[in-house]
Write a new protein. Structure first.
Ligand SMILES: *Cc1c(COP(=O)(O)O)cnc(C)c1O
Length: 248
């Protein structure tokens, strides 16, 4: 069999992997187009592939298609996946993006590279204490409850500066920026409003001297709006892996 035959045989044998690669391409093009419209460098927007509820094989397929950063929401599910994919660990970045209870911080501090969903000081303190000494500081974002936040978690805009300053001095964390999960909105203008709010807060905090470089905002339905408002990480699940099935 020639190489070409061999490749097409692989493709035919793995339509699910093909689909992931194709969807990744589409999402990358959406990001590039929005970045262009905003006069931004598309490279300044990192795509975080949200793999929650999808099996390790889906992550493997995305990795084979060049994707490196993956987002997970559930502690036990993510630990199983990280273990199954241990052979890829050196070329993968794991980002925890789900609600985090204080009794579950230790494995997250031990196994992840980033946590986007820090929504109170106590969680940050525990992550810092529990981050192993042999690992680099854990990258974190402060989750902010912008107007109409769907999840209702996150700190209020008014208290964000104070909490951010206290997180920024914790020894085993690097406070990288802010994250939000706005309520789904229909049109582009409505989608941009909460992202703009987060970006304005980000700019105020930077103006106050905090060294932040990350705005984690935008998902499958509103990534264009987020990129237009300055997102540096978009967190995309459905548009890459398909609809999630929570029944098992
Ligand atoms: C599930 C999830 C996403 C991805 O959402 P999609 O609409 O599937 O792209 C992004 N961010 C967070 C915090 C999530 O929980």
């Amino acid at each position: 069999m020639s190489d070409l035959d061999h490749n097409s045989a692989n493709c035919a044998a793995n339509p699910a992997a093909n689909r992931v690669a194709h969807h990744l391409d589409e999402v990358r093009q959406r990001i590039a187009k929005a970045a262009q419209a905003a006069g931004r460098d598309p490279q300044a927007v990192m795509l975080l592939a949200v793999s929650k509820t999808f099996p390790a094989d889906a992550v493997r397929a995305a990795h084979a298609a060049g994707q490196r950063a993956f987002g997970e929401n559930y502690v036990q599910e993510s630990l199983d996946k990280i273990q199954t994919l241990a052979d890829l660990r050196a070329s993968l970045e794991w980002h925890f993006i789900g609600p985090l209870q204080s009794n579950k911080t230790r494995p997250v501090a031990e196994h992840f590279d980033w946590v986007h969903s820090v929504d109170r000081l106590k969680i940050a303190q525990r992550l810092s204490e529990q981050r192993p000494d042999n690992l680099p500081p854990l990258n974190v974002c402060l989750q902010v409850n912008v107007s109409g936040e769907a999840s209702k978690s996150g700190v209020g805009i008014a208290e964000a500066a104070d909490i951010a300053r206290q997180i920024a001095v914790l020894p085993k964390l690097t406070l990288r920026g802010l994250m939000s999960i706005p309520e789904p909105a229909g049109d582009l203008d409505a989608q941009r409003a909460p992202h703009r709010e987060l970006r304005e807060l980000f700019e105020r905090l930077r103006g106050d001297g905090l060294a932040l470089d990350t705005l984690s905002m935008g998902m499958s339905a509103d990534l264009e709006a987020a990129v237009l408002e300055g997102a540096t990480i978009v967190r995309v699940g459905t548009a890459i892996f398909g609809a999630r099935d929570y029944s098992h």
